[in-house]
Design a protein around this ligand. Structure first.
Ligand code: IMP
Ligand code: MG
Length: 179
């Protein structure tokens, strides 16, 4: 096993996602023009399971953002938005979905970018929140689980592109990290 400790098993993730979907659905069910904006690559697995449990009409699209090299944030967020995304966002009730709220740089950069596209509203959902000093504080409306300040992998989260396919989330053991 590549992990020294399991943070959330597959069954625990299912429960966390069912609870999140319930909360989000009750807040969004009376709204029209809802758009889920999924941050790739990390939030892909989580968002697919979450969206499948939501019981109101919502359009789905993606945005790419990357800031990590190995187990460290570079502090520079690269946003890669498809052409046409700006028009899609205008006047929509946006649900921004990411895997983890760590330094906050990714979410705050995307929110800043989103505001320029004139959406009707923006709410944010992250599966995990790291208990750390967030360099950029973000008001994350829906959080699945708070975790310690460890580097975690699985269920979409990667280390240099690997371990995304693990069905659980765990702390990557030191021996699996390159110095
Ligand atoms: P932030 O910009 O520091 O908040 O980090 C957000 C992004 O960094 C997340 O969307 C993840 O893709 C990545 N990230 C942060 N912490 C971890 C981790 O522990 N494991 C894997 N990816 C992480
Ligand atoms: Mg990410």
């Amino acid at each position: 096993m590549p992990c020294s400790k399991i943070i959330a098993t597959s069954d625990q993730l299912k429960q966390i996602i069912a609870d999140l979907a319930h909360k989000i659905s009750s807040d969004y069910c009376s709204l029209e023009n809802c758009l889920a904006l999924v941050v790739l690559e990390g939030a892909k697995t989580f968002s697919e399971d979450l969206l499948a449990k939501m019981n109101f009409p919502i359009e789905t699209t993606t945005i790419k953002a990357a800031s990590y090299e190995g187990t460290r944030s570079t502090g520079q967020v690269k946003i890669d938005a498809a052409s046409g995304l700006v028009n899609k966002i205008r006047n929509k009730n946006i649900l921004l979905i990411d895997d983890i709220y760590d330094t906050g740089q990714t979410l705050s950069s995307i929110i800043k970018w989103l505001k320029n596209c004139n959406p009707k509203s923006i709410r944010t959902c992250a599966l995990l929140e790291k208990q750390t000093q967030h360099a950029k504080a973000v008001n994350v409306d829906y959080i699945g689980m708070k975790i310690e300040d460890d580097f975690v992998v699985g269920y979409g989260l990667d280390y240099n592109g690997i371990y995304r396919n693990l069905p659980y989330i765990g702390v990557l053991s030191e021996k699996n990290q390159k110095p």
